[in-house]
Write a protein that binds this ligand. Structure first.
Ligand code: CP
Length: 311
């Protein structure tokens, strides 16, 4: 099969066709086998990944580092730019040009809109978006989420997917909703506090792609029909204190609530969570947010790095 990811940037899920998703997920299956049998491989021996994280991260940063090392490659790990020359005023353009000389791929998280496409313009090696801006995308997380849904529930087309919480500022679900545009028969329900619905631009994108979705402000009556419940965090860091205080805690899932769901449904959250999922949901058999969803992060990111860096 032709490797369509080789030497390309990975900035948005809008560019991912169903065929590309299949290509990525087949490679992720191979990576899962490698990790469970040998732990690692040397397929990326001699390659270097620079992780340039201008914003906090635990999972994305940690799993990209683990992925590159399990593939036999080397890492330049910068988690926070305080102790780099960015604190002296160095521009993103100069930073990516410099790190392009040291590394074969740049994995970047940045708080500003447009930063990833700017980085890709100035980098001479592929750039992977590890989370961009308050309103942007987090495409690798969305691929992990879709991979988790497929592995647990099969054909995405027949599923009822309920996404709840602050969808105005949630990069992973911005990317996931664009990915779901590849599945014309999927049912999507979005339940948000009225102050934080999906962005107008995303609503317009989904309508252009003929994605069937409905927006709500309450979610409990939607739970019994849902195959997937995807819970999001209220993004305190991207809103005023007044708005945060108004909507925090308004979408909280408890063990009693999820027992109304189908036995074979799953509960997802890409983490970190604060208080939107009560701890009595963690051990519910439907919950995958601390187990499959986290582990799949490694397999999907290994798959992506191996496809981008080796023909
Ligand atoms: N899911 C996710 O992006 O987590 P981090 O912010 O910890 O990387």
């Amino acid at each position: 099969m032709k490797n369509t990811f080789f030497e390309n940037d990975f900035l948005s899920t809008a560019a991912l066709t169903a065929d590309k998703v299949t290509e990525l997920f087949q490679r992720a299956d191979e990576m899962k086998k490698i990790v469970s049998t040998k732990g690692s491989t040397d397929v990326l021996k001699g390659k270097i990944m620079a992780a340039l994280f201008y914003e906090p991260s635990s999972r994305t940063f940690g799993s990209f580092l683990s992925s590159m090392q399990r593939l036999g490659g080397g890492i330049i790990p910068l988690n926070g730019m305080t102790y780099t020359s960015v604190s002296k005023g160095e521009t993103l353009e100069d930073t990516v040009e410099v790190f392009s000389a040291y590394a074969d791929v740049l994995v970047i998280r940045h708080p500003e809109a447009g930063s990833l496409s700017l980085a890709a313009q100035f980098a001479s090696v592929p750039v992977i978006n590890a989370g961009e801006g308050a309103l942007g995308e987090h495409p690798t997380q969305a691929c992990i989420d879709l991979y988790t849904i497929q592995k647990k529930l099969g054909d995405v087309n027949n599923l009822n997917i309920l996404i709840i919480g602050d969808l105005a500022h949630y990069r992973p679900t911005n990317s996931l909703l664009k990915l779901l545009a590849n599945y014309p028969r999927v049912t999507i329900n979005l339940a948000t506090p009225p102050e934080v619905p999906i962005q107008d631009s995303l609503r317009k994108y989904l309508k252009q792609k003929h994605v069937q979705f409905q927006e709500h402000t309450a979610f409990t009556t939607l739970l019994p029909e849902a195959d997937v419940l995807y819970v999001t965090r209220v993004k305190k860091e991207y809103m005023s204190e007044a708005l945060y205080n108004k909507i925090k805690g308004s979408y909280r899932i408890t063990g009693v609530m999820v027992n109304a769901m189908k036995k074979k449904s799953i509960i997802m959250h890409c983490l970190p969570r604060v208080d939107e999922i009560a701890s009595d949901v963690d051990k519910n058999p439907r919950s995958v947010y601390l187990t499959n969803q986290v582990r799949n992060g490694l397999y999907v990111r290994m798959a992506l790095l191996s496809l981008i860096l080796r023909k």
